[in-house]
Design a protein around this ligand. Structure first.
Ligand code: AMP
Length: 389
């Protein structure tokens, strides 16, 4: 028995479910079920020093999100002991125009969120499958949704709109922005660890397999590189990032590609993987001698530099630049190239601090602080879920 609320965090994708189980602030078990519907297995760490444990699931256990959560329940029983789960916090990619904060899920909210599936077809249906499965597996738990779009819901209109007739905006065709749970965590971290940190003009570069940048002023997102979908902005592992909409029209007409083929190209066969023809993984590109790998890295860095200038203009300057997520946290070389020759903007990196993996990597003469802060979206979801209990 435990005296703290026990919270399970779920991040459900098309064929995977990432999970973290917390007893209060203590993480009991963390892991991922992957290969749902194909070759399901579960990888987890109970934080007892034995590291990751990888187990195959039976095809029946790994058939659907619902069966996988039953398997997770058995695993928790076996590894942690019988524990009653008070709340489940779900990552839900899209909260649309209305959901600007985490919310306790009920049938009406779920029905609203299902209407947003066309806006995020690759993520939203699976996020909601995870909710339905969790309702079945943990019927007594409070179910909470945290949205990747919510943190961006206070953008000024000019940073939210496209130059289309207003009727499209009213129908919801606007810039939503994503990675908001990560940005909110970083903003809160700055508030806790740097005096006045939240009241500054901050640009966060979330550079992972998905990548975007966000301008945050006084703790509020005022602009994002991502738009209507999570395709826009920076190039990503397999997503193209910014592209002239005329290219899409050309692919559909002159190239006679179907909408499904274009979707697959832009979401899954573009970005670092598509440009290099080698990998979506930045480490593999750095390890390669192929000129295409170097070109893909160059393009990635160039787009980050362009967006940095653009976001500085959104806020009339930047006080703090933060690098986060897999590439941002772990690649001194990408950070160096982004910051190189940017003294005009007030960016001066200290290469020694950068290579040493310090949190503060700006030189004393830099006009802005440059920081490397590991993001923690699960922790943000845990806090929101507890707040709503
Ligand atoms: P994420 O989606 O946040 O897990 O980030 C995944 C990305 O981080 C992949 O492209 C990885 O190659 C990249 N990454 C992780 N570690 C490193 C590293 N040491 N150097 C460069 N890229 C890295």
């Amino acid at each position: 028995m435990t005296s703290h609320p026990v919270v399970l965090i779920l991040n459900s994708g098309s064929s995977s479910i990432k999970f973290n189980l917390f007893d209060g602030k203590t993480e009991l078990i963390t892991g991922q079920i992957s290969g749902l519907g194909a070759e399901p297995h579960i990888k987890f760490d109970t934080h007892h020093g034995q590291g990751d444990i990888d187990q195959l699931l039976s095809p029946q256990e790994g058939e659907t999100h619902a069966t996988a959560l039953q398997a997770l329940l058995h695993l928790i029983d076996a590894e942690v002991g019988h524990i009653s789960i008070d709340a489940v916090g779900h990552r839900v990619v899209h909260g649309g125009a209305d959901y600007a904060a985490p919310i306790v899920l009920d049938d009406a909210v779920l029905a609203d969120l299902r209407k947003l599936i066309p806006l995020a077809p690759l993520h939203q249906p699976h996020n909601l499958d995870g909710v339905t499965a969790a309702q079945q597996a943990f019927p007594n738990a409070v179910q909470v949704a945290c949205f990747d779009t919510a943190f961006h819901r206070h953008h000024p209109w000019v940073n939210d709109t496209f130059a289309l007739p207003p009727s499209f905006y009213e129908k919801g065709i606007k810039r939503y922005g994503f990675h908001g749970i990560s940005y909110e965590y970083i903003s809160a971290y700055l508030g806790q660890n740097y005096p006045g940190g939240q009241s500054e003009k901050v640009v966060v570069a979330h550079l992972g397999n998905g990548a975007s940048m966000c301008a945050i002023h006084n703790g509020t997102s005022v602009g994002s590189t991502m738009g209507f979908t999570a395709l826009d902005g920076l190039p990503m592992g397999t997503r193209c990032g910014q592209i002239d909409p005329g290219v899409v029209l050309h692919l559909l007409t002159a190239e006679a590609m179907s909408p499904d083929e274009v979707t697959e190209l832009l979401y899954k066969r573009s970005g670092l993987k598509g440009m290099s023809g080698i990998s979506q993984d930045m480490r593999a590109l750095f390890a390669s001698d192929a000129p295409e790998a170097a070109k893909a890295i160059d393009y990635f860095v160039t787009r980050i530099r362009r967006e940095l200038g653009g976001l500085a203009a959104v806020m009339n300057g930047i006080d703090t630049l933060v690098f986060t997520a897999g590439i941002g946290e772990n690649s001194p070389e990408i950070r160096r190239r982004v910051c190189m020759d940017q003294e005009w903007l007030g960016v001066e990196i200290d290469q020694r601090l950068n290579d040493a993996g310090e949190e503060m990597i700006s030189s004393p003469s830099s006009r802005m602080k440059i920081l490397v802060i590991p993001t923690d979206e699960e922790e943000m979801i845990r806090r929101h879920t507890l707040n709503l209990l």
